[in-house]
Design a binder for this molecule. Sequence first.
Ligand code: ZN
Ligand code: ZN
Ligand code: FE
Length: 341
Amino acid sequence: MSEGFNELRWNPLLGCWVIVSSRRAVRPWRAVEKCPFCPGAEETGYGWDVIVLDNKYPALKRDARKSREGVDFYRVEEAYGAAKVVVETPEHTGDLDTVPFSNLVKYVELLASLTEEECRDSRIEYVLPFRNKGEVIGVSLTHPHSQVYVLPFVPPRVKREYEMMRQHRAERGGCLICDILELERKEGARLVYENRAFTAFLPFFAMWPYEVHVYPRRHIESLTGLEPEEKALLADALKVVTAAYNALFGFSLPYMMVFHQKPCRGYEGFHMHVEFYPVHRSADKLKYPAGIEWGGWVFTYDALPEEKAEELRRAAVKAVENLKRSGYKPRGEVSSGQAGE
Ligand code: ZN
Ligand code: ZN
Ligand code: FE
């Protein structure tokens, strides 16, 4: 039986690649009888705390085959790369806030070493770790896990961010992310949580109601540039942010979490960061990207970001209490929301 096709098709209208894989449609949808990530499953075995697996139905692979040749500017390439899964805990339920802290540190270390290893392959341009949580986001397996896409091109969004960083540097002489941090910290109103190395805040320019960005205050280009202590402090920030999300409405909040880092080659001066996009706008309403968002790439924000940040700070205060009760002592402080901290 055919192993299927994994190809990139060029979208000439938007100037971006679409990853086409012909066997992805058969991947299991939630109701598999046995969790493939629980200890003792065929793929996982026993005796691990955090584990990296190959995606069983990868969108990209190193032996990718294309179904056809391109024609004229309808370009077709092999979807060369990889899709990995990182299972953060043997526990079947939970989120980053309930995963043991030592696992989380290991998780960050694993993402960094995956980035380094995969970038050694000269055909790989980008390593994109992300985490989708919740049924509304279409997560087919509920066991806590992240994914890592190993791509033969730089994602357009990262290119755009870099282009804006480059422009900012040309006009202002500084790093855009460092300067955003400065503005956010000066104003204070949208800060959520801060430890010695990382600041978590709802950006002035948020597109999703409860969007949160986590930036290292030191100018670090990628996960591979984090010092051991910074990896632990990133783990701490991720733990507190997810705990705040889960304390916000009293249920486990679905979100997408994405790591933006420097591509494998070039892009000097990129400043790494993490972005969270939860899809809720209230306890019972979703912010569905619809006509204006998808059709125009124009986002509407139905509140003031400063109000939403205040809600998140209140949730973070509750979250920190919960974490302390469960035996975890956060490394930083929930922001007061005041200027000039
Ligand atoms: Zn499981
Ligand atoms: Zn910077
Ligand atoms: Fe970003």
